[in-house]
Ligand binder design. Structure first.
Ligand SMILES: NC(=O)c1ccc[n+]([C@@H]2O[C@H](COP(=O)([O-])OP(=O)(O)OC[C@H]3O[C@@H](n4cnc5c(N)ncnc54)[C@H](O)[C@@H]3O)[C@@H](O)[C@H]2O)c1
Ligand SMILES: O=C(O)C[C@H](O)C(=O)O
Length: 341
């Protein structure tokens, strides 16, 4: 077997690698029956890189799995019961764990208002991931992301399995929105608009860097800035009490998972913005920050710095860092005083 593998060269080797990597592409969704979870399950079922899809929720996951499993793509879909053993089985062998479990906002709420409910949900799910899938890439969608990601990190540290290269806060939706909103102004194809968004995922912590796009004239466009920073509120208001962004978020989450799978399967140059354990502002006591991140087989390959900013963007970044620090500290303090069972 080893001799045969050694005999493989070039393209054959790459194919063998990608085939074996593909064999391992189990994706688990925790919160799979929710507003995000259901369309995310659908999109993952449609992704040929996913070979196994495990759906877990405190309600309805087997039903969602039965539905999605009829789609005629090759992956195997299983829905798990809301029991500790169901959760453990859903997680075992996962390469990617997506976490959209938790409550969404209603009009008038900030993401931070979700903290009291979602912090303990995410903490407890993180424990299960640490125990049953310690090597998985963990993609946190549940809000407030600026705090839930540090919560997961603290739990993984306590369990002795923290790998900062495999923990991601999903901020893709901010970039998706920014490119769409810019394309509406400039009458372009959003796929051609590559807008860097850094910081975190709430209000002023969301910092778009238009000076680095092909439209530097958009720096200072207050309406556009407000839409990017508060795009989530736009949806919350329009849904009028029925929740927050689900469909666009499912698309964004599926895109991020796809990027990780591509990178795991050997594709080079896969770059996504994401909220990770980052060296960029650690000297200011800020351990997590979203910037462009190159992904690879081990998760985070390279963290890009924010690049050159205009004076106006620097001001936005300063405001971001102030809030971000508080949000991160809140997550860390929560685990310290509420370690759970
Ligand atoms: N990161 C982002 O960009 C982004 C975008 C949109 C929404 N969100 C956040 O995603 C979260 C989910 O939003 P939604 O609209 O899908 O909400 P939802 O209420 O429709 O769905 C949440 C699901 O989580 C499940 N759940 C609750 N506790 C659980 C637990 N302990 N284990 C497993 N499942 C559990 C619920 O049963 C439900 O099915 C919210 O916190 C929301 O703010 C984040
Ligand atoms: O706005 C929300 O509460 C959900 C999400 O974070 C979003 O950006 O749409």
């Amino acid at each position: 077997m080893f001799a045969a593998r050694r005999a493989l060269t070039g393209v054959a080797q790459a194919r063998a690698f990608s085939a074996s990597a593909r064999d391992l592409s189990k994706v688990t969704i925790l919160g799979a029956a929710g507003g995000i979870g259901q369309p995310l399950s659908l999109l993952c079922k449609l992704n040929p890189r996913v070979t196994e899809l495990a759906l877990y929720d405190i309600r309805l996951a087997p039903g969602v799995a039965a539905d999605v499993s009829h789609i005629n793509t090759k992956s195997k879909v299983t829905g798990y019961d809301p029991t500790p053993s169901g959760l453990a089985a859903a997680l075992k062998g996962a390469e990617i764990v997506l976490i959209p479990a938790g409550v969404p906002r209603k009009p008038g709420m900030t993401r931070d208002d979700l903290f009291n409910t979602n912090a303990s949900i995410v903490r407890d799910l993180a424990k299960a991931v640490a125990e049953s899938a310690p090597d998985a890439n963990i993609l946190v969608i549940s809000n407030p992301v600026n705090s839930t990601v540090p919560i997961v990190a603290e739990i993984l540290k306590a369990k002795g399995v923290y790998n900062p290269k495999r923990l991601f806060g999903v901020t893709t939706l901010d970039v998706v929105r920014a490119s769409r909103f810019v394309s509406e102004i400039k009458n372009t194809d959003p796929r051609d608009e590559n807008i860097t968004v850094v910081g975190g995922h709430s209000g002023v912590t969301i910092v778009p860097l238009f000076s680095q796009s092909s439209h530097p004239d958009l720096v200072g466009d207050a309406t556009l800035l407000n839409r990017v920073q508060f795009g989530g509120d736009e949806v919350v208001k329009a849904k009028d009490g029925a929740g927050s962004a689900t469909l666009s978020m499912a698309m964004a989450g599926a895109r991020f998972a796809e990027s990780l799978l591509k990178a795991a399967q050997g594709e080079k140059g896969v770059v996504e913005p994401t909220f990770v354990d980052s060296p960029l502002y650690k000297d200011q006591g800020i351990d997590f920050f979203a910037s462009k991140v190159e992904l690879g087989p081990n998760g985070v390959e390279k963290i890009h710095d924010v690049g050159k900013l205009t004076a106006e963007e620097q001001k936005l970044l300063d405001a971001c860092l102030e809030d971000l620090k508080k949000n991160i500290d809140k997550g860390v303090a929560f685990v310290a005083s509420n370690p759970g069972k």
